[in-house]
Design a protein around this ligand. Structure first.
Ligand SMILES: [Cu+2]
Length: 230
């Protein structure tokens, strides 16, 4: 009996986790999983990252993808999730411009190169729990590529930070993907502030180590830099 219970619990825990293998641009999904999105190390396990200072926090030690998605500036993007995003917590998006002479197909995203383009605040649901946009769906929330983003190749990074156990240190779980994209039709914006990943987060940041069962929704502070307004 004990053995059976353990199996059921293990299955439930596995179901609770997710990866984001497919980018959707203006409603059109990449043709198959991991074709412009880099296959993350947790492709099989689906487990989250608990240490925000680890190298995994950038692109989850993923392998590079074969393709590059064309993404017009001003596009709406989201990701398909393999499972329901059932853990509460914010979704954020970042971009990093590929340096001259390098390719999105191979660049590693190192250095102070990442800027944030979207974040999310919670609301309170009917059970008086904090709930974030797109929570309990099979997709991440939408983000818009700012129309003044300069043309060129970029890495696009999405993260969803699961905060259900985050009142303990190093118990937030980061779920994330990076995609290889080319922005077209952009502008002359100067994106920033620029941060490094790892580097932008500390495990005790108030948006990472937080008891979401005891805070007011508008007091939540998503971790990392301010959103670039474009
Ligand atoms: Cu979980």
């Amino acid at each position: 009996m004990k053995f059976l219970t353990g199996l059921v619990l293990a299955a439930a825990a596995a179901e609770a986790h997710y990866t984001f293998p497919r980018l959707v641009v203006n409603g059109v999904a990449e043709e198959k999983d991991w074709s412009v999105t880099r296959r993350t190390k947790n492709d099989q396990s689906k487990s989250g990252i608990e240490n925000p200072s680890s190298g995994d926090i950038r692109c989850y030690s993923s392998t590079t993808a074969a393709g590059i998605a064309t993404v017009p500036a001003g596009s709406t993007v989201h990701y398909i999730s393999t499972q329901q995003i059932n853990h509460p917590g914010p979704t954020q998006y970042y971009l990093a411009k590929v340096p001259a002479g390098q390719s999105a197909k191979s660049w590693d995203g190192s250095g102070a190169v990442w800027f944030k383009i979207a974040t999310a605040m919670p609301e309170v649901d009917k059970n008086k729990q904090l709930v974030w946009p797109a929570q309990n769906t099979y997709r991440t929330m939408n983000a818009t590529i700012p129309s003044s983003t300069p043309n060129g190749e970029y890495l696009l990074r999405v993260e969803q930070i699961a905060l259900h156990m985050a009142s303990q240190a190093n118990k937030a779980q980061f779920y994330l993907s990076c995609s290889q994209i080319q922005i077209t039709g952009g502008g002359n914006g100067v994106p920033g502030p620029l941060v490094s990943l790892p580097g932008a987060y500390r495990s005790n940041d108030p948006g990472i180590q937080v008891n979401i069962y005891s805070i007011a929704p508008d007091s939540y502070r998503p971790p990392g830099p301010a959103v670039w307004q474009g």
